[in-house]
Design a protein around this ligand. Structure first.
Ligand SMILES: Nc1nc2c(c(=O)[nH]1)N[C@H]1C(S)=C(S)[C@@H](COP(=O)(O)OP(=O)(O)OC[C@H]3O[C@@H](n4cnc5c(=O)[nH]c(N)nc54)[C@H](O)[C@@H]3O)O[C@H]1N2
Ligand SMILES: Nc1nc2c(c(=O)[nH]1)N[C@H]1C(S)=C(S)[C@@H](COP(=O)(O)OP(=O)(O)OC[C@H]3O[C@@H](n4cnc5c(=O)[nH]c(N)nc54)[C@H](O)[C@@H]3O)O[C@H]1N2
Ligand SMILES: [Mo]
Length: 758
């Protein structure tokens, strides 16, 4: 161990609490350029260690829905988090945090945090009145009991939860609902479901190589992903690949910061990934550059796929559809097929289309036919859930005896049994599509949804068709939002409950991209009157049982640390080489992988146990059996609208902080100079972007980084601004997702709009 001098440490810590120094520090370290950076030297910290100057260190983990799921060390003095850094022990986090991670100190201590339970007199009025926890729980519990009495079930109580906090104990929110009875659940995900289904059909599961083996790749295509912003810690592995001689290509309709770092940029017409990828496959087939041996040994249906390519696909056709020149397609195909190993990073952005699942299947096929599946440095990289085998103790709660609900698997879907039924086993929760939350609330009957519990989710910022969502909210008798900030959903809630940040309670975090596991220790006491979601569940259970004994099975007192410990099991310990979770106090652990490559043994989890170019399962689920071309969505307005993810925010989180607003105070819509000129729009003009869903007003920025037929704005919440891109995004479904996630994905990037000077 080589501790820093006390003075150096003090300097960093003192600097870290000032707003100006946050900016200058980020500038100095390059974090603003999207580069991860270690501020402290590796090996300087040990969990629980008390520093000379009185700083104690704790193990934390960023619980946001992000590829990187960073392992964090927090430095605490006098019960206050003074400074955070990336854990040096993780070769993925490698001692550095992103711009958002570096701002955690502000997020925790922001004066804007919700401090105590409150009730709003009139949604959207801002007329909030403080409640005690007892009063809040009493109002909520009485409402739940009232619903049960009126409907004979709790199907009128709905939960919407997504990705605000991916800590494993936070699945206790679902557990809380189960412990009340059978309720209505918003199921599915707005994020990645089309690709999940596609990979399940092709390989039997979604399973990516360890991203730390990227330096072994000789050729990398980053296809519809923007890791320079959305996975900054992966960039060092991409750079290492480039330094070792690999070529990096980016396929994106937008010239992103990742594209700027690539060796070649392919400007594709959005929604035409199927066409471009099929063109590549056809050319590889024609040149005989596919891996005949691998395809014969490990796959089924390749001949059918090859016949489809010969009969239906030409490079010229692919060029016409995708807008990518013929010569570039041919060169790309030849280079990709001849570089071994070659890999594709399949982004989540590219599958948010009506043909997104179909496109992911063609990309998988391209990687497979070139013999790159199962190879270190190769692979069709999308995501994985290999390290998520926890007990889900917090989640798996039982409904109270005699609870009634939706008729389960035996009953006709959607039918509610009012007869009393024979026992709990025949009942289930009512599952509704999270990506059509507004429509589902409007349509739900027998019983209608009366009450919505919102946790880890910002419905009015992140869900689709905001005008319709506002109408849907009008139907709800009570909305409870559990959050940290007065965001645009809280604005429309009746009761808000303050929730802790990651530093204020225990949990454990895994990643869907890398293979590290991190403990999240409680580093400080909960601020103000905040409670974690599982502590809120216990508080609700206490009041429910006081009012109606037996009405809630959730524990009424819980020790969060103990509940965290209960999530571990032998398989997790074995996978990570741990003897106890306490080992994680020394630092994050990495899964002991037999190979850095997924599917290295060539045994797939499909029905045939082989890679399936032809998937009957896929056909059974209503799609084409082969990876085939699927038309995109027909434009419904003049320009395409893309609303991807921003650098200074993760969805609606972080950009609301004053520290972020300092250097990114307001959103822009990015417009190509030609499209702008046609409309008399100059750089910096205030404009109106509008379509059939609604409109937003914001400043225009002219750039040829976007195609002439495309408008780009980033989905983000700016405190104090009305900006909300969901006024322009409808809830049209993607093709796939229902098989594995319970609901299809959503075609976020198949949106269209026009723009005019405001
Ligand atoms: N137009 C458009 N829409 C999109 C997308 C897009 O690209 N464009 N992307 C989609 C994608 S990929 C995703 S993943 C979703 C994300 O959608 P969400 O998961 O809704 O997004 P977040 O804003 O990350 O988090 C939601 C809330 O959780 C709160 N929170 C944080 N920690 C906790 C906690 O411990 N407990 C509780 N109760 N709350 C907590 C945060 O303060 C925040 O308000 O958005 C989707 N929507
Ligand atoms: N800083 C930051 N990091 C994040 C997040 C964040 O909000 N901010 N969100 C996290 C989450 S939940 C997710 S899901 C991931 C998202 O990670 P990514 O998938 O990397 O990010 P997105 O911004 O959703 O989309 C990536 C790119 O897809 C492109 N794209 C859109 N349509 C098409 C198309 O038809 N074809 C092709 N080839 N490209 C297309 C967009 O132009 C965009 O540049 O990042 C995670 N990390
Ligand atoms: Mo996501």
């Amino acid at each position: 161990m080589s501790p820093m001098t006390k003075q150096a440490m003090e300097r960093i810590l003192e600097n870290s609490v000032s707003r100006r120094s946050f900016l200058s520090r980020l500038l100095a370290t390059g974090a603003l350029a999207g580069l991860p950076c270690g501020l402290l030297r590796p090996g300087t910290a040990e969990a629980g260690q008390v520093w000379e100057g009185g700083y104690q260190t704790f193990r934390n983990a960023c619980p946001r829905n992000c590829y990187d799921t960073c392992s964090i060390i927090s430095y605490v003095k006098d019960g206050v988090v003074k400074f955070v850094e990336g854990a040096p022990e993780s070769s993925f986090t490698r001692g550095g945090l992103c711009v958002k991670g570096n701002s955690y100190v502000r997020r925790v201590y922001s004066p804007d945090r919700i401090k105590y339970p409150m009730e709003q007199q009139g949604r959207g009025s801002g007329n909030w009145k403080r409640l005690s926890w007892d009063q809040a729980m009493d109002k909520i519990a009485r409402k739940i009991l009232d619903i049960k009495e009126r409907d004979g079930s709790l199907l009128g109580l709905a939960l919407t939860k997504y990705s605000g906090n991916f800590g494993i104990t936070n699945y206790g929110v679902e557990g809380m609902m189960s412990s009340l009875g059978y309720t209505t659940r918003m199921v599915g995900t707005p994020c990645w479901p089309a690709g999940i289904d596609a990979q399940n059909f092709d390989m039997g599961s979604m399973w990516c190589n360890d991203p730390e083996d990227l330096p072994q790749a000789r050729y990398v295509i980053v296809w519809g992903a923007n890791p320079a912003w959305c996975s900054v810690h992966s960039m060092k592995f991409l750079y290492a690949a480039q330094e070792a001689g690999a070529k990096m290509v980016v396929v994106d309709p937008v010239f992103t910061q990742t594209a700027a770092k690539a060796d070649e940029y392919v400007e594709i017409r959005a929604g035409e990934d199927c066409a471009l990828a099929l063109g590549l496959c056809r050319h590889i087939l024609d040149r005989g550059l596919y891996d005949r041996e691998w395809v014969t040994a490990h796959s089924v249906g390749f001949d059918d796929f090859a016949a489809y390519l010969r009969d239906n696909v030409t490079v010229e056709w692919a060029a016409g559809k995708s807008g990518v020149p013929i010569a570039q397609i041919k060169a790309l195909a030849e280079e990709f097929a001849q570089a071994r190993p070659a890999t594709i990073w399949i982004g989540y952005g590219m599958q948010r289309h009506v043909n997104g699942g179909a496109a992911v299947r063609v990309l998988d096929a391209l990687v497979a036919m070139t013999g790159n599946v199962g190879k270190p440095g190769g692979g069709a990289r999308y995501g994985h859930l290999q390290t998520w085998g926890f007990n889900y103790h917090a989640m798996l709660q039982k409904p109270p005896e005699g609870s009634k609900g939706w008729l389960g698997a035996s009953g006709p879907k959607g039918e509610f049994d009012v007869s009393g039924g024979a026992g709990n086993a025949k009942y289930a929760d009512r599952a509704l599509n999270i990506n059509k939350t507004a429509q589902e609330i409007l349509d739900a009957k027998d019983p209608p949804i009366r009450m919505l519990w919102v946790a880890c989710k910002n419905v009015l910022s992140q869900d689709f068709d905001r005008p319709k969502m506002l109408k849907a909210f009008d139907k709800l008798e009570m909305v409870v939002a559990v959050d940290q900030f007065f965001n645009q959903t809280v604005e429309q809630a009746d009761i808000v409950l303050p929730v802790t940040t990651l530093f204020e309670d225990w949990t454990v975090n895994a990643s869907y991209w890398h293979y590290w596991l991190s403990l999240n220790e409680q580093a400080i006491k909960p601020l103000h009157e905040a409670k974690s979601d599982i502590q809120i569940a216990a508080a609700l259970s206490r009041r429910m049982n006081e009012l109606a004994p037996g009405s809630c099975t959730f524990a009424t007192e819980i020790d969060s640390k103990d509940w965290m410990a209960r999530e571990f099991n032998k398989d997790i310990y074995d996978l990570f080489g741990l003897s106890s979770w306490e080992d994680l106090r020394k630092g994050p652990a990495k899964a002991k992988l037999a190979s850095s490559a997924s599917w290295a043994d060539g045994k797939f989890a499909t029905p045939s146990k082989k890679y399936e170019f032809r998937s009957d399962l896929c056909a059974k689920n209503g799609h084409d059996a082969l990876p085939m071309y699927k038309e995109g969505r027909a434009p419904y307005d003049k320009l395409r609208l893309l609303t991807p993810h921003h650098k200074f925010a993760i969805h609606s989180q972080f950009q609301n902080l004053d520290w972020m607003a300092d250097f990114n105070p307001a959103p822009f819509v990015y417009i190509h100079p030609r499209a702008a000129a046609q409309r008399g729009i100059a750089d910096g003009d205030m404009v109106r972007v509008f379509n059939k869903v609604g409109e937003v007003r914001l400043a225009a920025r002219l750039t040829s980084d976007v195609p002439p037929d495309t408008l780009l704005m980033y989905e983000t919440w700016y405190k104090g601004l009305a900006f909300n891109c969901q006024n322009l995004v409808d809830d049209t479904s993607a093709d796939m997702g229902a098989y594995k996630t319970g609901a299809p994905g959503v075609a976020i990037h198949d949106q269209f709009a026009d723009v005019a000077r405001a």
